[in-house]
Write a protein that binds this ligand. Structure first.
Ligand SMILES: Nc1ncnc2c1ncn2[C@@H]1O[C@H](COP(=O)(O)OP(=O)(O)O)[C@@H](O)[C@H]1O
Ligand SMILES: [Mg+2]
Length: 391
């Protein structure tokens, strides 16, 4: 697009880079309602969005980073593409540290690849981080049938004309946003091969217009996936593709495992204070046991000695379904909605998880449930075995 575009928004109002620069941020944002690709380009190119300010990392990431330790740069103005994230999200310390180091480094040789089992908080972690950093986000849910135009852009019909509208990655790269390719390993080879250039922060030529997009200094390219790009070894993620080696080498990798029991305890106690401590601990223990039963084959294969195997304390059951933090939080949520003190725990559990189980998994899941909850599972939270038998 040209730098001298002059567009008439209303019959009396001429919008170009110069007049836009006289407007307040709010007025600029209002212009986006016109949905005019040329005006969008003028608004998003306004240099105010790129201004960074030095702030205390401890203020931005309180209480997860102590105050006064170091400073980081973040955009001064809240951009319309900033996404409000889950206010109850609790980051895992090592994941936060890795993302922070990558994000705030003076140069970026590699993009960021976050991988881990479903429901471990990968997508929300990136959204939470970007939100705290005031960073605009372009979030793309990748799927097998996605075409390169989605990333680059295409000509659209607008007011009888056919202007070009940038796609997700082209916008993020040009204007300095964070591009999140969510579930990246679900993309086709055709689609992903187009992303090699943005992933290594090199100038990117758009197929349709020939325009060359040079990466903005605030551009960040991140991907999430269930595998580290090596393809699925577990059988759980059969739509995950093995990524091209050339694509993988353009990333630094951060694993997002299930949060520790302590973090999951904080997540539940902060958002669901009505659930008793005893039940909360059992829920978290159950999640831990289910995950061990899920990963047992891989863990067994890695244990080299009988002692190491014993130390793992694996349950006897074997599962193929993932009891993630997503499921745990959803269970707490429905337990509360159904009525913690009135409805048996089993009802909310079956609602969010139990009813979806395969025949092969069902007995193993309920064996674990029974071992941890015993009879209390068929009663609301607060039911006490001793009282019940004394009645
Ligand atoms: N660290 C966390 N703090 C709070 N909630 C979390 C956390 N991790 C996961 N969750 C819960 O799990 C859900 C799924 O997270 P999400 O980021 O979509 O998982 P993923 O992208 O790994 O599949 C969230 O909506 C939230 O309810
Ligand atoms: Mg996700």
């Amino acid at each position: 697009m040209t730098n001298t575009a002059t567009i008439t928004a209303q019959p009396t109002q001429v919008i170009n880079r110069e007049t836009a620069s006289q407007m307040s941020n709010e007025q600029l944002v209002k212009l986006l309602e016109l949905k005019n690709p040329m005006i969008e380009d003028i608004v998003y190119s306004d240099p105010r969005w790129s201004e960074l300010e030095l702030v205390d990392a401890g203020e931005v990431f309180a209480p997860h980073i102590p105050k006064g330790m170091f400073k980081i740069q973040r955009p001064k103005h809240r951009h319309p593409k900033c996404i409000d994230s889950n206010p109850t999200y609790i980051p895992q310390r090592d994941v936060l540290r890795a993302i922070l180091a990558w994000w705030c480094a003076p140069t970026r040789k590699l993009s960021l690849f976050m991988f881990g089992e479903t429901g471990t908080g990968k997508t929300e972690m990136l959204l939470w981080f970007a939100d705290r950093m005031n960073w605009p986000v372009s979030l793309t849910a990748v799927n097998e049938s996605m075409r390169p135009e989605k990333a680059q852009g295409s000509y659209i019909l607008f007011n009888g004309k056919t202007p070009y509208r940038y796609g997700s990655v082209a916008s993020a790269m040009k204007y300095g946003w964070c591009q999140i390719m969510d579930e990246c390993d679900k993309g086709s080879g055709d689609f992903l091969s187009k992303l090699h250039t943005p992933a290594e922060y090199k100038p990117w030529q758009l197929d349709d217009t020939g325009e060359i997009i040079t990466p903005h200094k605030n551009f960040r390219f991140c991907a999430t996936a269930n595998t580290n790009g090596g393809g699925d070894m577990t059988g759980r993620y059969h739509t995950s593709q093995r990524l091209d080696e050339a694509f993988r080498r353009r990333f630094a990798f951060v694993e997002c495992d299930y949060p520790s029991a302590a973090v999951e305890d904080s997540i539940l106690s902060a958002s669901y204070p009505d659930i008793s401590k005893g039940t909360r601990h059992k829920m978290i223990k159950l999640a831990g046991q289910m995950r061990l039963a899920l990963r047992a084959p891989q863990l067994e294969a890695k244990a080299t000695t009988a002692e190491a195997l014993k130390k793992l304390a694996l349950p006897d059951e074997r599962l193929s379904c993932a009891f993630s933090t997503r499921v745990l939080v959803a269970w707490a949520d429905y337990m509360t909605i159904f009525g913690v003190k009135n409805v048996p725990l089993r009802e909310s559990f079956d609602f969010v998880f139990g009813n979806s189980l395969d025949e092969a998994d069902e007995p193993a899941v309920y064996a674990i449930v029974h071992r941890i909850f015993g009879e209390s599972f068929d009663h609301p939270d607060g039911w006490n075995e001793a009282n019940a038998s004394g009645k």
